[in-house]
Design a protein around this ligand. Structure first.
Ligand SMILES: [Zn+2]
Length: 100
């Protein structure tokens, strides 16, 4: 899995675990969001040279999905440093912010 995909999967996992008391993480709703996010990464016209999403000029997320992923990013962003430092630092090097 590419690092961008790993990062979004980890963030949705952190958010889901904290907010939804589902038996499986991610829960059904979060799994749908993750599938959507992974599909957007896969179809990104910039490929491996893609900018981080909030700096991107394409804005490929549907407004509803963009709103949902922003909530996840706001919550999970600061927690990523503790839980997934390698992914978080790699991401921070590329962008100070994510979906803001
Ligand atoms: Zn969930």
């Amino acid at each position: 899995m590419d690092p961008e995909a790993q990062t979004v999967a980890a963030m949705i996992g952190l958010y889901c675990r904290a907010h939804h008391s589902a038996e499986t993480v991610p829960c059904e709703a979060c799994a749908g969001l993750l599938a959507y996010a992974l599909e957007r990464i896969e179809k990104c016209p910039f490929g491996s040279r893609k900018p981080v999403c909030n700096k991107c000029t394409v804005h490929c997320y549907k407004p509803e999905m963009r709103a949902r992923i922003r909530v996840v990013m706001r919550f999970a962003g600061p927690r990523m440093l503790l839980r997934h430092p390698r992914l978080a630092i790699r991401h921070l090097v590329r962008s100070r912010r994510y979906f803001e």
